[in-house]
Design a protein around this ligand. Structure first.
Ligand code: PHE
Length: 416
């Protein structure tokens, strides 16, 4: 991955701090001063020859200690490489300054505000789950391709690295939760492109839940083509789940399923607007073993429609099996990186997993003071970088000019 970067700095005055997420602000400012020049482009190429982290021997996740030997074993039922173990403890969603952490908090904000804090939040459930949790509990058929060793990381024949956060639905229902959000890392052996992690490019993108007979054909085709390039697909997901009791839909005159489907779409469209403002979106009919009807939401980004979440009305059998007899429910699973790409205009999903601080701390507040007149001065350092090439001074100047222009008009600050 070629990355070039440069650092620039600027300071502005503000009367108040930004009131809400990202570019929404009520802050009012009243003076414009001059623009600080920044350091010239240090356009060095920081190509990493080998982005691998040193392999740790143990880590702690959700209160559970996991040693390397618990996950990576020299055993025919185990197909987990060291590279996966090194990713297990990264916990991007728990870093409040990381795009994934910022996004998670923005989604929490939406649910807290619209559902009076009713949604219980889980963000440290262990990614090692049983085959039962990952597949059986959510009705994935016994012969489904997603269960194969080509598609899922098996620690042993009964334990996997969860391939979706839906693996926690059943246990949380059994524990009595009726409104919940589960955030975590999920692992699949799958095809890769710039919206999938990590590095190898591959020709096909297959859905895990293609219905027969297509999946037999596609599954064969995929395996045939990708024997050498199958690799880790690691994503951050958030699962949402909401149970309704009969009183909630009876008054509407709709049946439970239609009521839940309508509520689900309204909720997710509201979420998309909360995050992106006016964004182009569309619903696509989909198939998942655990929901019916099922849908996908796509968002228009960089001249393409991009799938950002799967969702649907939960199969009755899952509710019945887990102590919810007369209820209906909806569920969704959203890809946090994809939403973060749209939100922060990040061109390549691989950047999320970079340990390079110039990405993870791309914008840094380096000075903050309030003067006697009550004006607050913020000085930010920004690391500019390109995935494609070394940036020239002129390119950085142009970027910096645009940032300053946007900051000035959108945040209404005085630049110094
Ligand atoms: N678990 C699905 C996936 O990972 C997403 C999903 C969650 C779909 C809940 C429907 C309901 O692709």
């Amino acid at each position: 991955m070629t990355m070039a970067m440069s650092i620039a700095q600027f300071t502005f005055f503000s009367r108040a701090t930004s009131s809400s997420f990202l570019n929404r602000t009520n802050a009012r400012f009243n003076r414009f001063t001059f623009s600080t020049p920044f350091s010239t482009a240090d356009a060095t190429c920081t190509r990493k020859k080998n982005g691998r982290l040193p392999v740790l021997s143990a880590l702690e996740l959700g209160g559970v200690k996991i040693a390397r030997d618990d996950v990576v074993r020299d055993d025919p039922t185990n197909n987990v490489p060291d590279s996966i173990f090194s990713k297990l403890g990264m916990q991007l969603h728990k870093r409040n300054q990381h795009p994934i952490g910022i996004l998670k908090n923005a989604i929490y904000e939406y649910f807290d505000a619209n559902y009076s804090n009713k949604f219980d939040k889980f963000d440290d459930l262990c990614p090692l789950v049983s085959v039962k949790q990952n597949f059986d509990d959510v009705l994935v058929p016994a012969d489904h391709i997603s269960r194969s060793y080509n598609d899922t990381y098996y620690v042993d024949s009964q334990t996997v690295l969860r391939c979706h956060t839906s693996a926690h639905q059943a246990e949380l229902l059994r524990d009595g939760h009726t409104h919940f959000l589960v955030t975590g890392d999920v692992y699949r052996r799958d095809s890769i492109d710039s919206t999938h992690y990590p590095v190898f490019h591959q020709v096909f993108v297959a859905s895990h839940y293609l219905q027969p007979p297509n999946f037999f054909f596609l599954g064969f085709f995929l395996r045939f083509w990708s024997i050498h390039s199958y690799t880790l697909l690691l994503e951050m997901q958030m699962e949402g789940f909401r149970v309704f009791s009969p009183e909630e839909w009876e008054a509407s005159g709709l049946d439970g399923t239609s009521y839940a489907a309508g509520d689900l779409k309204k909720c997710l469209e509201g979420l998309a607007r909360h995050l992106f403002g006016a964004v182009e979106m569309r619903w696509i009919d989909a198939y998942f073993p655990f929901t019916n009807p099922s849908f996908e939401l796509e968002i228009y980004f960089q001249e393409k429609w991009m799938e950002v979440l799967g969702c649907g009305v939960t199969e009755q059998e899952i509710l019945r099996n887990n102590g919810q007899l007369d209820s209906v429910a909806w569920a969704f699973g959203l890809g946090l990186e994809r939403l973060a790409m749209v939100l922060f205009d990040i061109p390549d999903i691989r950047l999320f997993w970079s340990n390079d601080e110039r990405f993870t701390s791309q914008v840094q507040l380096i000075d903050n003071f309030t003067n006697k007149k009550g004006m607050t001065s913020h000085c930010y350092r920004i690391a500019y970088r390109s995935m494609e090439c070394s940036l020239t001074d002129e390119e950085i100047n142009e970027l910096q000019r645009k940032v300053r222009e946007q900051v000035e008009t959108k945040l209404n600050v005085e630049l110094r």
